[in-house]
Design a protein around this ligand. Structure first.
Ligand code: HEM
Length: 428
């Protein structure tokens, strides 16, 4: 009753100012209070970072949205994201740090799957269901299939191009970021906006049909004895298609790029070692992986982070951390020789309870493609390729890398310009 009267009989202050001025002043005051809180009261106020990002607890998310992720992950001022290897292991290592709602944006067919789920129990169930199909023993059995769809099909394609043009073609065509961009525009997942994406999603029909015939339909969790529904299998297969093929393809692109810039390592490069080195210097998954701080809060890199705050794992930052790596921006294959600690500090496949379950598959794919590629062809940068090359150096004196954009996966900004190669078939 009091409230009704209060609002019907406008308060004096509103009478004096008018509604619009009153609301504008109220909005300014709210913003001012938030700024004062963020800069002088919030427990996060000591954490460094760009001014704008310091005004929000989603500071690293903002850096990402502003397209500054690469810049900030490579500067010294890394405290706005987790770059310390021990802290990363602690965050990744426990379900107490859950995936955030950011991952809702990559749900498939409107449902959660192993990668996107925010529910630790579902993630564990899927891990048990898929485990037998992604371990090294099973992969050894399906190696002929992997070979046919990996190195052999690439060779067929290249030989055809080679015959047609006698050398010189693009290594890769780009990357279907559109789907991943759902995460930026979650509204596109909801009706009626989801209808806009229908025609594009139909392109995946083949995969979803194939998915229900896949081995995963029989995948059973040995603990709960549960299996997946057809729709769940389809969502998982779509995710694996994206998570798996694009990440592996882009890792290979970066590996070849680095080998082209470092001819001294090119000839010695074979399969896995070459890939793992590029995965440190230029991790394709070098974006920021968000987790939520547990309700009791956590101390990270010397700062107290209150419960509920989004924590971003900064893989590139960790891989370039001068406290962990000597001369971090140098492509130096020898740093991994007999060095188990160095390998442990590479987080390209994540770590802990939500680590990439497809890593053995990815390594096998990349290893066999790269080894066969280097065996059958000589790769070289085209003569007109003047923007990059072993002698075009950056401010640190290292060969300048091609520019990339980072979202979930890092991709070259301009693959048509920067991912060109001259192929010469080895005759011997
Ligand atoms: C070079 C190739 C690959 C890279 C760099 C990569 C990287 C990653 C990373 C960093 C994560 C953790 C993400 C996070 O913490 O949120 C992850 C998770 C995942 N990856 Fe991969 N991945 C690759 C290949 C694959 C392949 C081939 C598959 C499928 C067979 C796959 C399936 C998954 C799934 C299902 C998850 C979610 C696991 C969970 O959250 O419990 N990935 N991957």
């Amino acid at each position: 009753m009091f409230f009704t009267q209060y609002w019907i009989n406008k308060p004096d202050i509103v009478m004096g100012l008018g509604w619009s001025s009153f609301l504008a002043i109220a909005a300014v005051l709210v913003v001012l209070c938030r700024v004062i809180y963020a800069l002088f009261v919030s427990p996060l106020r000591h954490i460094p970072g760009p001014f704008l990002a310091r005004l929000t607890s989603k500071r690293a998310g903002l850096i990402g949205s502003l397209g500054l992720m690469t810049k900030y992950s490579r500067t010294r001022d890394k405290a706005n994201t987790a770059t310390s290897t021990s802290d990363i292991r602690a965050v990744y290592g426990s379900h107490k740090f859950r995936k955030t709602d950011f991952y809702r944006g990559v749900d498939m067919l409107g449902i959660e799957h192993m990668f996107s789920t925010r529910n630790p129990d579902l993630a564990d169930t899927r891990r048990r269901q898929f485990g037998p199909y992604l371990n090294t023993g099973y992969l050894a059995r399906v190696e002929p299939i992997l070979a046919a769809h990996g190195p052999e099909s690439l060779k067929l394609k290249w030989d055809k191009l080679y015959g047609e043009r006698q050398g010189g073609d693009k290594l890769q065509q780009g990357f279907p970021v559109r789907h991943i961009r759902y995460a930026d525009f979650p509204l596109l997942n909801t009706y009626p906006f989801s209808m806009l994406m229908r025609p594009w999603e139909r392109g995946y029909d083949g995969v979803t049909k194939y998915a229900i015939e896949s081995a995963f339909i029989d995948a059973e969790d040995p603990q709960s004895k549960t299996r997946m529904t057809e729709r769940q299998v389809q969502a998982e297969c779509l995710n694996m298609l994206l998570a798996g093929s694009e990440a592996a393809a882009n890792t290979l692109a970066w590996t070849v790029h680095l080998l082209m810039l470092h001819p001294e390592h090119y000839r010695r490069a074979v399969g896995e070692p070459a890939c793992s080195k590029s995965m440190r210097l230029h991790p394709v998954s070098g974006g920021l992986w968000p987790r939520r701080a547990p309700k009791e809060g956590v101390r990270l890199q010397g700062y107290f982070v209150p419960g509920g705050t989004e924590i971003f794992i900064n893989v590139t930052g960790a891989h370039h951390n001068p406290g962990v790596w000597e001369n971090p921006l140098k492509y130096d294959p020898s740093r991994f020789l007999d060095n188990e600690e160095a390998r442990r500090n590479v987080f390209t496949f994540g770590a802990g309870v939500r680590a990439c379950p497809g890593r053995h598959l990815a390594v096998l794919e990349m290893m066999s493609i790269l080894a066969n590629m280097l065996k059958d062809y000589d790769l070289a940068v085209p003569e007109d390729y003047v923007r990059r090359g072993p002698r075009v150096l950056d401010e640190n004196g290292n060969p300048k890398l091609m520019e990339d954009v980072q979202f979930l996966v890092s991709i070259p900004v301009d693959p048509k310009r920067d991912c060109r190669l001259v192929l010469t078939k080895c005759t011997a």
